[in-house]
Design a binder for this molecule. Structure first.
Ligand code: S3P
Length: 426
């Protein structure tokens, strides 16, 4: 893909596709409910389609029409043994949450994914699940494919998470619905809580106290209607573009504003961005509202600690904002970026450096000296959707022409990324 410099500003009202995390969970809980679950504004991105296909392979009837999905739930014990390997594609959320769900079924299953997923650690879920009595083996003790042998029942656990991770937390909570004793997860810092909110919405017995989440065995729950808010992680790219480009004024409608996800707003405001929130409401336990962003002069800041899980997917685009800020931005405590769709610390630093950014990698983050200019070059997305979107924007702020090796990966989370961007360039 060739990206040319764009010197104008960004103006207008947009909406972004449905939230990826909530879309996955709507299929998971809809499939396990009794009766129908109807989902509106579902993200038809490749990751969420992988989740749909896994449940179809386990006998769940799921119909798609545009961005609406109807799921004929089979109940907690109604999944059928899949007649093939369950393919999670590029999706860490699918493979990790499904491992917890499948740990205590009475059939064997195998979960696998693409080349990137096969490099992502699964022992972070198989270790605690095996402590609970599951029989799960990973390739080379650590990676997909993952084989789950049937086991009878499951023991409770009080699990202290070594790293904040919503995928691991959600995996254990799914397993907890099938265990006789309480399953408790103690988080080091609070990660996204969409699973907990959706459990509450479906009436599942879940308790929250500070950083501890606990769940009791579930007797089952009924299907419901779910509206998926716009994905703040997709909105983040337009928030940064409009903040950097002088004279911009955009509104992104109906975006999910769950406080465990709004770190991008806090970080951008600390950098001097002009962001206001309008029309706030609560839908299926998830806060939602419109985000207005006007162009402004950004400044460098220090980012570390508890905010990191709240911006974990936004750090690549925050790095680009830092290039166009005055002063130094220093990001630490973000070593988790090394085990995302690619090693996002090295990927961001290598590629932005090729474009002339003053950026240096650290073991747990990066340091960026704002230079406010980039030069078009040949760059690589590492088949990572967020790298593809970040580099596309970097290219449009860079002098000359930028060539990105692969942008098809953007379909993982925002198939309309370029269409939405173009609609703001008037
Ligand atoms: C997700 C959790 C995060 C995030 C991912 C989606 C989820 O991963 O990076 O894009 O839906 O639970 P971790 O739980 O590994 O931090």
């Amino acid at each position: 893909m060739i990206i040319n410099q764009y010197n104008g500003n960004y103006n207008g009202r947009i909406s972004v596709p449905g939230d990826k995390s909530i879309s996955h969970r709507s299929i998971i809980f809809g499939s396990l409910a009794q009766g129908e679950t109807y989902v509106e504004n579902f993200l038809m991105g490749e990751d969420c389609i992988s989740t749909i296909n896994c449940f179809r392979a386990m006998g769940v009837d799921i119909e798609q029409k545009g961005t609406n999905v109807s799921i004929k739930g089979v109940g907690l014990k109604g999944l059928k043994k899949p007649d093939r390997v369950l393919d999670a594609g590029n999706s860490g959320t699918t493979i990790r949450i499904l491992t917890g769900l499948l740990a205590f079924q009475d059939f064997e299953s195998v979960l696998d994914g693409d080349a990137s997923l096969r490099k992502r650690p699964m022992s972070r879920v198989s270790d605690p699940l095996n402590m609970m009595g599951a029989n799960i083996s990973c390739t080379n003790g650590k990676y997909p494919p993952v084989t789950i042998k049937p086991t009878q029942g499951g023991r409770g656990i009080s699990y202290v998470q070594p790293t904040a991770s919503a995928q691991v937390k959600s995996c254990l909570l799914m397993a907890g619905m099938y265990c006789d004793d309480v399953v408790e997860v103690i988080q080091p810092s609070i990660s996204r809580d969409h699973t907990e909110r959706m459990m509450k919405y479906f009436g599942i017995d879940i308790a929250l106290e500070g950083k501890t989440v606990s769940i009791k065995k579930s007797a089952g729950f009924k299907g419901k209607k779910i509206f998926v808010p716009g994905d703040i992680s997709s909105a983040a790219f337009y928030i940064v573009a409009a903040s950097i480009a002088e004279g911009s004024d955009i509104v992104i409608e109906n975006v999910g504003l769950n406080p465990t996800r709004t770190g991008i707003i806090d970080v951008m405001r600390s950098m001097g961005a002009d962001i206001t929130i309008e029309n706030e409401k609560l839908l299926n336990e998830e806060p939602i509202g419109d985000i207005r962003v006007r162009g402004s002069q950004l400044k460098g800041i220090t980012i570390n600690g508890d905010i990191i899980p709240r911006i974990i997917d936004e750090i690549p685009i925050i790095a680009l904002a830092a290039v166009f800020a005055e002063g130094v931005t220093d990001i630490s405590d973000a070593e988790e970026l090394r085990v995302k769709e690619t090693d996002r610390i090295d990927a961001v630093c290598n590629e932005l450096k090729k474009m002339g950014a003053l950026i240096e990698a650290k073991a747990d983050g990066m340091v960026i000296k704002g230079s406010k200019n980039l030069t078009g070059s040949d760059v690589k997305s590492y088949a990572d959707h967020r790298m593809g979107m970040m580099l596309s924007l970097a290219g449009s702020f860079a002098e000359g022409e930028t060539r990105i090796d692969d942008v098809a990966c953007i379909n993982v989370s925002n198939p309309d990324f370029y269409g939405i961007l173009d609609s703001l360039r008037r």
